[in-house]
Write a protein that binds this ligand. Structure first.
Ligand code: UDP
Ligand code: MG
Length: 331
């Protein structure tokens, strides 16, 4: 633990837990130092034992250099990825590198208020293993996001295997038990919202309103959000496959009934059914449905393909620890 001025200002007893804050950062040069400073000030009030771990997710700007510049002063280590792997992987790496008895995940853009850390630790003290922050500001979001999140939670809820709390993101506290459980999951397709819910444990939500970004814009475009939602659904639910089977079954039944009626018409009423257009329309309709469902099958196949390749989830290009940091290794 470094002896920064921030740490000296704290007079908590030594038995205090080691608190790790992990911060995924992608092109956050405009915000990272302010964010780290705010987090450090808050942490120093809470415990003499704390560390920050920034995961630089392949930033194109000088985020990594700015983190290195304050590394020792703010007891911050840096894990720099070889390229942009995505936030889910940055968090996965953060959980791997953080050594804390509790680990808290916070964004680098200053949207997650460090004031909430006190409340999160209080809840942890009450015996909760995981404390997640729940967004309260959905009404100010665009129609697309509000509607989209509703559809998403409905769709993933249909699978019925896990319950993903609504509007809870990555801003959360996890104790060592939860972190070790998360680390034990070997899958490469990391849909964190689902993974947090899957491991279970005693969890509670606390409300929060995200602050405005210190700098820049969100990197999660509509397309990226749709992609993430689809990954989530196909990673945590087999509902699309069941839906495909159900629709296939219904269409087959419909085709059988229709075929029977054509035969009956011909045999008993001598009416041959005219209808090129009907034939063409139904061929096109059924081909469309088939292609759609082959596509859904392909999605699951792609997940399996990703898993069997067995590649590492991310590659670390550089790991920088604060100079005065004693190297603690977890057993
Ligand atoms: N982020 C990341 N990798 C990415 C995209 C984003 O590590 O590929 C980080 C980003 O630096 C920020 C957090 O994830 O700390 C949330 O990103 P952003 O603010 O763009 O998303 P939003 O606030 O809209 O969820
Ligand atoms: Mg943000």
């Amino acid at each position: 633990m470094s002896d920064t001025p921030l740490n000296q200002s704290s007079n908590r007893p030594q038995k205090d837990p080691l608190i790790s804050v992990i911060v995924p950062a992608f092109n956050e040069a405009g915000a990272i130092q302010t964010t780290l400073q705010n987090i450090a000030i808050q942490l120093a009030k809470l415990s003499p034992n704390w560390e920050i771990v920034v995961i630089d997710d392949g930033s194109k700007d000088n985020t990594a250099d700015l983190v290195k510049a304050v590394s020792t002063k703010l007891n911050t280590s840096l894990v720099r990825f070889s390229r942009n792997f995505g936030k889910e992987y940055a968090i996965t790496a953060g959980l791997e590198y953080a050594q804390g008895d509790v680990v808290i995940c916070m964004d680098a853009d200053g949207q997650h208020s460090s004031e909430l850390l006190t409340q999160m630790l209080e809840k942890w003290g009450e015996g909760y293993d995981m404390v997640y922050a729940v967004r309260q500001d959905r009404e100010v979001e665009s129609q697309f996001k509000r509607w989209g999140s509703k559809v998403f939670y409905r769709a993933i809820g249909l699978g019925g295997q896990i319950h993903i709390p609504r509007d809870a993101g990555d801003f959360r506290l996890m104790n060592r038990k939860v972190v070790d459980a998360l680390r034990s999951l070997p899958e490469r397709s990391r849909f964190m919202k689902g993974i947090y819910a899957w491991v279970g444990y005693k969890s509670i939500g606390i409300p929060y309103t995200p602050l405005p970004r210190i700098h820049g814009e969100s990197t999660f475009s509509r397309l990226r959000l749709i992609g993430l939602a689809w990954t989530g659904i196909t990673s945590f639910s087999v509902m699309p496959l069941r839906l495909a089977s159900a629709v296939g079954g219904l269409l087959a039944l419909f085709a059988f009934l229709y075929g029977t009626s054509v035969v009956v018409d011909k045999l008993f009423f001598d009416e041959s059914v005219p209808g090129w257009p009907t034939v063409i329309a139904s061929i096109m309709f059924f081909s469309g449905v088939q292609l759609l469902f082959i596509g859904i099958l392909g999605e699951y196949l792609a997940r399996i393909y990703d898993e069997v390749k067995g590649r590492p989830s991310y590659i670390v290009a550089e790991h920088v620890v604060p100079q005065s940091k004693a190297l603690v290794t977890r057993p």
